[in-house]
Design a protein around this ligand. Sequence first.
Ligand SMILES: [Zn+2]
Length: 55
Amino acid sequence: MTLSEELQRIIVCPKCKGELTYWKEKNKLDCKDCQLYFRVEDDIPILFIEEAESY
Ligand SMILES: [Zn+2]
């Protein structure tokens, strides 16, 4: 399962509105500034701060 490049371009971190890096091996999006991971379910990023995992 991969996230489309188009989607990766438009999604931002819900906390800092910064860029997210897609981590293919774990199927997660990573905000380096907030040190948070956001999981992806069925190609849909779960971009809620409450749902994020911290490093
Ligand atoms: Zn952030």
